[in-house]
Design a protein around this ligand. Structure first.
Ligand code: ADP
Length: 618
C-alpha cells in the first residue's frame, strides 16, 4: 500500500476577489447614484445652474431698473407737458382778456366816432351802462373818456362839464402844455377820485396817453397806483385814441391835429388776474413785472402752496401794448402733489423685492444642490467602504478557511503515516510524526488565537488604566520566554518613563507581544548573537514611544507598504505565521490614536509606536 506522505503546510495560492453583482451589465441603484454624484461633483450641473441663476437675477434687475426709469421719465415728461400747458394757458388767458378789454375800448371809440367825434357826459353814461362793464368784463374797474384840452379851450371845456356836474374840476396842477383830464368814468361809484384827474400830471400816464395819440393804437401805462384803489396795489391804464376825422388819420401830424381824446379803462392788476384766472383752478403760480417793477405776485398770496424748490420754473416776456411784461411762473406744492406718483418707486421696490426673493430661492436651490452633492459624495465613500469590506471579507473567508483546513489536513496525513509506522513498529518515525503533529497543532492554536483577537479587536474598547511598563514586559516574558530561549535570542528591557501612564492595557500588551514575537521569530540564525531590545521612552509632552528593535533578518524594501496588510507575509522567512500580527498591531495603534513606523535593513529591524498617554501623578 503506497504511503501517503503528507504535504507540508504551504502558503495559499494567490486569491481572486470577486464582488458579487446580480447583473453586471445593468446599472445598479448605487451606480445611478454614482453617476448623479459624479455629474454634481464634476460641477457641470451645479455650475450651469449657478450661472443661469445669476443671469436671471441680472436680467430681472435690468428690467426692474429699466421699468423704473421709463416710468419716472414718463411721469417727468407728463409733468413737463402739464407745466407747459398751464403756463401757456395763463399767458393765453391774460392776452385774450386784454384783447377783449381792448375790443371794449375800441367799441367806445367807434361809438364816439359814429356820433360825430365827441361825446357828452349823459351819452357816455348811457353807452357805458349799456355795455355793462362790470358784468361782461370782470377785472375792469370802469370805462371812461379822457379829453385833450388845449389851454385856450380850458374855459369852454370846464363850462360844458359843469352843466351836469357843477363841482367838476381838473386836478392836480402841473407844468405841461395842455390838459388831459378824465372827463367821465362809468361806473362813477368808487371812481369818484378819478373824475377830473389830469393824465399829464404824471409821467407814466402822460407818456402812454401821448403814445396812444401818436400811434393811433391801444396803449397801456407802466405800473401806477390808481387813485381809486385804496389798497394802493399796482395797476395800469388802458388807452385807445379817438379822433375828429371820420377816416383814420395817416400819420402823427394828422393824429395830433385831429386828436380828441382817449377811451380809457383803469385796472388794478390783482383784479385783472382774479377776473381772468381763478387761483383755485391752477397749480402754477406766477408773478408779472413791467420792466424792473413787479406789478403782480401771487406767490405771497398763496403762501401755503409756495414751493421752495419747485419742480419747474420759467419766465416769458411778452410785448403788450407798448410795454414789456415779464411773466415768471413756478410750480406750486399742489402741482407736486398732483403729479407725484408712487408708481416708479413701487415698481423699483417691487422689482427689487422680487429679485431678492429670486436670490433667496436660488440660494436655497444652490444649497440643496450642494447638499445633494455632499450626500452623493458620502454615498460614494460609504459604497467604497462597503466594497472594501466586501473584498476584505472575501479575502478573510478564503484565507481563514484555507489556513484552518491546511494544518488539519497535514495532521490527518501524519496520523495516517503514523498508523503505518505503528504497523512497522517504526518508533523513530512515530516520534517524528507526533512532533510534527504537535507543531501543526500549535500553529492551528496560534491562528485561532489571532483570529479570536481579530474578532474582539473592534469591540475591545476599555477604559484607560494606569500601566506600569514592567508589568507589560512581565506579560511578554510569560508568553514568549520559552520561544526566545528556544531560538537563542536575548531579550532586554529598558524603561525611561518616570511613572506609569494611562492607556488601554489590553491593546498595549497585544502590540508589544506581537512586535517582540516577530523580533524573535525573524531573528537571523547566521548571527552569533541574536537580540531583541524593548524600551518605553517619553517622546514629547503627552506622548510616549514603545520601541522593539532586533538584529534579525530585516524586512525587504518591497514589503514596506504591505507589512500591515491582513494575511501579508514577506517572502524572507520560513517561519510560521498567520500574517495577522502586524495587521492587529496597526488596528490597536489606530484605536489608541497613535502612529506606527519602522526602519529595517539586513542588520535588523526597529518598530516604534507613538501613543498619546497621560502620565500618572500629574
Ligand atoms: P506573521 O504572522 O507572518 O509574523 P505579521 O503580520 O506579524 O505576520 O508580519 C508580517 C510579515 O512581516 C512577516 O511575515 C514577516 O515577513 C515580516 N516581519 C514582521 N516583523 C518582522 C521583523 N521584526 N523582522 C523581519 N521581518 C518581519
Amino acid at each position: 500500500m503506497p504511503r501517503l506522505i503528507p504535504r507540508p503546510y504551504a502558503a495559499p495560492t494567490p486569491y481572486r476577489i470577486t464582488v458579487l453583482r446580480m447583473d453586471p451589465e445593468a446599472p445598479t441603484q448605487n451606480q445611478q447614484a454614482k453617476d448623479v454624484g459624479k455629474a454634481i461633483l464634476s460641477g457641470s450641473a451645479f455650475s450651469t445652474m449657478h450661472r443661469l441663476h445669476w443671469l436671471i437675477i441680472f436680467l430681472s434687475l435690468v428690467v426692474t431698473i429699466a421699468a423704473w426709469r421709463i416710468t419716472s421719465s414718463q411721469i417727468q415728461e407728463k409733468a413737463a407737458n402739464t407745466y407747459e400747458r398751464e403756463t401757456s394757458k395763463i399767458l393765453d388767458l391774460v392776452l385774450e382778456r386784454m384783447q377783449r378789454y381792448e375790443d371794449a375800448l375800441w367799441a367806445g371809440a367807434i361809438h364816439i366816432n359814429a356820433i360825430g367825434g365827441d361825446i357828452q357826459y349823459r351819452d357816455w353814461k348811457r353807452y357805458a351802462e349799456a355795455v355793462s362793464i362790470e358784468r361782461k368784463y370782470p377785472g375792469i374797474n370802469g370805462i371812461g373818456v379822457v379829453h385833450y384840452v388845449a389851454p385856450d379851450r380850458l374855459h369852454s371845456y370846464l363850462t360844458a362839464q359843469r352843466v351836469d356836474r357843477p363841482s367838476y374840476r381838473i386836478h392836480p396842477d402841473h407844468d405841461k402844455q395842455g390838459f388831459w383830464p378824465i372827463s367821465y368814468i362809468i361806473p362813477e361809484k368808487g371812481n369818484e377820485k378819478a373824475v377830473g384827474l389830469d393824465m399829464a400830471h404824471e409821467s407814466n400816464r402822460y407818456a402812454a396817453a401821448q403814445l396812444a395819440r401818436d400811434t393811433g393804437e391801444a396803449r397801456i401805462t407802466g405800473p401806477i397806483t390808481l387813485v381809486q384803489d385804496e389798497q394802493h396795489t399796482p395797476g395800469f391804464l388802458f388807452f385807445v385814441p379817438f379822433y375828429r376825422s371820420s377816416t383814420a388819420p395817416l400819420n402823427v401830424e394828422e393824429r395830433r391835429e385831429t386828436f380828441v381824446g382817449l377811451i380809457y379803462a383803469p385796472f388794478v392788476v390783482n383784479n385783472l388776474v382774479d377776473g381772468v384766472l381763478s387761483r383755485e383752478l391752477r397749480s402754477i403760480t406766477f408773478s408779472i413785472s413791467d420792466g424792473s417793477e413787479e406789478i403782480f405776485n401771487e406767490d405771497a398770496i398763496a403762501e401755503h402752496e409756495f414751493d421752495n424748490d419747485p419742480l419747474f420754473q420759467s419766465s416769458s416776456e411778452i410785448e403788450l401794448y407798448g410795454r414789456t411784461w415779464t411773466f415768471r411762473f413756478r410750480s406750486s406744492k399742489e402741482f407736486r402733489r398732483d403729479l407725484s406718483s408712487d408708481q416708479p418707486m413701487t415698481i423699483l421696490i417691487g422689482g427689487i423685492l422680487v429679485d431678492l426673493l429670486l436670490l433667496m430661492l436660488f440660494v436655497l436651490i444652490s444649497r440643496n444642490n450642494r447638499r445633494n452633492a455632499h450626500n452623493a459624495q458620502m454615498l460614494l465613500q460609504a459604497q467604497k467602504k462597503v466594497e472594501r469590506a466586501n473584498e476584505e471579507l472575501s479575502h478573510f473567508n478564503y484565507r481563514t478557511s484555507h489556513d484552518l483546513v491546511a494544518p488539519l489536513k497535514t495532521i490527518r496525513g501524519y496520523v495516517d503515516l503514523a498508523k503505518y509506522q505503528i504497523e512497522d513498529k517504526d518508533i523513530e518515525g512515530i516520534s517524528d510524526c507526533l512532533s510534527r503533529i504537535g507543531k501543526q497543532a500549535s500553529r492551528l492554536e496560534k491562528l485561532v488565537e489571532d483570529l479570536l483577537n481579530l474578532c474582539r479587536i473592534e469591540n475591545q474598547d476599555s477604559p484607560p488604566e494606569a500601566i506600569d511598563p514592567h508589568e507589560i514586559f512581565d506579560f511578554v516574558s510569560s508568553t514568549l520566554q520559552s520561544l526566545w530561549e528556544e531560538k537563542g535570542v536575548q531579550v532586554t528591557f529598558e524603561n525611561h518613563l518616570q511613572a506609569p501612564f494611562y492607556a488601554e492595557s489590553v491593546r498595549v500588551r497585544q502590540i508589544m507581544e506581537n512586535l517582540v514575537s516577530n523580533g524573535i521569530k525573524y531573528s537571523d540564525p547566521q548571527k552569533s548573537e541574536r537580540w531583541v531590545k524593548v524600551s518605553f521612552t517619553p517622546v514629547r509632552e503627552g506622548w510616549i514611544r514603545l520601541e522593539v528593535a532586533d538584529n534579525g533578518i530585516g524586512i525587504p524594501d518591497e514589503s514596506r507598504d504591505k507589512v500591515y496588510e491582513m494575511f501579508y507575509r514577506a517572502g524572507n522567512n520560513s517561519e510560521f505565521g498567520s500574517g495577522l500580527g502586524n495587521y492587529l498591531v496597526k488596528k490597536h495603534v489606530s484605536s489608541l490614536n497613535g502612529t506606527i513606523d519602522y526602519r529595517s535593513s539586513p542588520q535588523g529591524t526597529t518598530f516604534h509606536v507613538d501613543i498619546p498617554a497621560k502620565m500618572t501623578g500629574r
